[in-house]
Design a binder for this molecule. Structure first.
Ligand code: B12
Length: 259
């Protein structure tokens, strides 16, 4: 007789057992390295799969992908290049990591986002000028432009990404668009400062499987929530997110919203 107890672990518990960060376990699920089943919007992993992966990790393999320590080091160099306005160095570092096989979302999250957060803090505290922040942002925009790849394989569906009127932060919307494309979504990137009714109109005009509203300027959060309710009522699955969350959250939310 089959046991009624589901012994499977959620992703956080599996990560703890494997001794890795949640995001690493999530990446393994996404890449198929760790087999998991999506149940009610959560990944569940059987203990046998955890033992299997644990064993295989103990067997050394080549070639090595860029490791976390390497990406951390790259983030430090990226910060220096961005603050100095050294676009050539910043671009070379990003290209180098992608050619070594670093997943695009890891590159953004671990190498580009930490320097931008630091630059944002320093700008806020008056330690960096506005022009230095603008220059760094513009360099990252161009790096992301190069990463805006079109992956092969079956599309998950069509997504639209925007930030609403009053939120001028385009860069997080670009990051969201690049991340979704790397996860096989076809993406319409409508950028920032978009009137909410325009997003509603877009979703009524196109066949959209997912609307993503990015919020960076917190004043716009209420409008984003209200627009999400309207979009969902009109039949478009919609997720809202931004500062304080990551692209890993975005991709997980996108999958859950459209299961
Ligand atoms: C660059 C920047 C600007 C540029 C934007 C240029 C551009 N082209 O984007 C400019 C100069 C326009 C700007 C203006 C302002 N800014 Co500004 N800006 C920044 C800065 C330095 C980086 C922003 C950025 O690109 N972040 C991207 C990444 C690095 O950050 P992130 O928010 O964590 O992004 C993640 C999420 O967005 C997530 N994500 C994206 N989409 C989605 C969707 C879902 C569903 C999920 C789950 C996740 C997700 O993915 C991203 C990567 O992890 C930040 C500092 C910071 N800490 O971010 C301040 C910051 C965002 N700005 C801030 C402020 C206050 C302002 C101004 C009000 C300043 C002023 N006094 O004029 C104006 C507001 C303008 C407006 N009306 O929007 C504050 C926001 C505070 C708040 N709570 O609202 C910050 C945090 C700086 C600070 N420490 O005070 N800014």
């Amino acid at each position: 007789m089959e046991s009624a107890v589901d012994e499977r672990l959620d992703l956080q518990s599996a990560a703890t057992q494997l001794g890795v960060h949640y995001q690493t376990a999530y990446r393994w699920v996404r890449s198929g390295r760790l087999r998991a089943e999506m149940v009610d919007g959560r990944y569940l992993i059987s203990p046998a799969e955890i033992i299997k992966l644990d064993k295989s990790r103990r067997t050394p393999k080549t070639p090595p992908a860029p490791r976390v320590a390497r990406l951390d080091h790259a983030a430090e160099r990226m910060y220096e290049a961005l603050v100095a306005g050294n676009e050539a160095a910043a671009t070379k570092a990003a290209r180098g990591l992608t050619s070594e096989g670093a997943p695009i979302v890891d590159l953004i999250e671990q190498v580009l986002v930490p320097p931008l957060h630091q630059i944002g803090r320093q700008w806020h505290d008056g330690e960096l000028s506005i022009w230095a922040e603008h220059r760094a942002t513009a360099i990252v925009e161009r790096i992301l432009g190069e990463l805006a790849l079109n992956p092969r394989g079956r599309r998950r569906g069509t997504a639209v990404v925007a930030a609403l009127s009053g939120d001028f932060h385009t860069l997080p919307t670009t990051m969201a668009a690049v991340a979704l494309r790397s996860d096989n979504w076809q993406v319409h990137h409508l950028s920032a400062d978009l009137p909410p009714e325009q997003l509603l109109d877009f979703c009524a005009t196109y066949e959209v499987d997912l609307a993503v509203i990015t919020v960076t300027h917190s004043d716009v959060q209420p409008a984003a929530n209200a627009t999400a309710v309207k979009l969902r009522t009109a039949g478009t699955p919609t997720i809202v997110g931004g500062s304080g969350q990551t692209l890993y959250d975005l991709l997980e939310g996108a999958r859950s919203a459209t299961v």
